[in-house]
Design a protein around this ligand. Sequence first.
Ligand SMILES: Nc1ncnc2c1ncn2[C@@H]1O[C@H](COP(=O)(O)OP(=O)(O)O)[C@@H](O)[C@H]1O
Ligand SMILES: [Mg+2]
Length: 368
Amino acid sequence: MRTSSADLPSPSTATAPPVTVPGEAGGAEIRGLVVVFGTPDGEMAAVNGVDLDLPLGTITGLVGESGSGKSTLALAMMNAVPKPGRIAAGSIRLPSVKDMTQLRGKALRLARGSALGYVFQASQNSLNPLKRIGAQLLDLGRAHGMEDKGVLLARARELCERMGLDPVRTLSAYQHELSGGMRQRVGIVFALILNPRVLVLDEPTTALDMISQRTVLDIVRDVHRDRHLATLIITHDIAIVADLADYLAVMYGGRVVEKGPTRHVLQSAAHPYTRGLIAAIPRISGDIEKARPLVGRPPDLLSIPRQGCVFRERCPLTIGRCSLEEPALVPVVKEPGGIFGESGDGAPGGHAAACHVTAPAGGDRSRS
Ligand SMILES: Nc1ncnc2c1ncn2[C@@H]1O[C@H](COP(=O)(O)OP(=O)(O)O)[C@@H](O)[C@H]1O
Ligand SMILES: [Mg+2]
């Protein structure tokens, strides 16, 4: 995908159907999710009112700078937000789980792993250094009531092969005997061993060199297709998911500020933050000379603006209204006959952005 950011058109908003919810979907459905952390100043929201659909058969890229709330959102999907955090509002539907946020105890332990496979941020390590990989996989299976060792091992071998790992060597190895790229692939084996339909990968390639990055992403795409999964890839680097994701969701200050089909978002980003992310990356913006780093720093929990638009302090387009009123996420509609030759809606989870300037909700919404 090569788009000159200088040429990014300004999408206009007009009357549009509400952002569509993928119908037959299955997959995951996040509604009104709020996750707070206790701080000396009281509880602050790291995820603030997020709605997101992950339909089966689609890859969604969740992008945003460090601190925007991506990992917190992913942990909430497993109902595993660490203290002093908690899910304060919202619901998370997964295949065969009505609302992950309501589960406790054994029901929650069983749902983790079988409803949703989670691959931890590459820099972290979820493996036990003192136990062979194969033994840890058997532990995981047993914890989920899978007593048949044979079935589990056969599945583990098959998954290793799928990941381009030698099954015998890998399953009898300790984690320190594996390279970063191999460890990341083993992480995917763990995430998929219980056959979940939803796969969440948190910064899966951040700690890897370019070649290992490519390999891991190719494997993710293949396995996603074979198993018809709903896949969420979290990354701070929009270029990682530009070719891979069907949909993008852009997070800033705990909010999804723009989402939509990848092609729409990259070719006609509506939110100034998304435009900034795209302009900062030469591979997407198409011109190293013209790549411009985003100015300013992302907010942390204590400095997220509590009123108005979360991005306004770094925004080149800010107007008075931005400090008073929070912009709603509303559909972005292209000019008829514009670059897509279509109205811009229609795709599941159509293109939407939250910006008073580029996607004003204004009078159009009063009609709906
Ligand atoms: N365990 C925690 N305790 C307190 N604050 C946290 C904790 N985990 C994350 N946060 C805060 O929540 C915000 C979002 O963090 P995170 O979800 O890790 O962002 P990202 O994954 O996008 O980098 C940050 O301001 C971070 O400091
Ligand atoms: Mg993170």
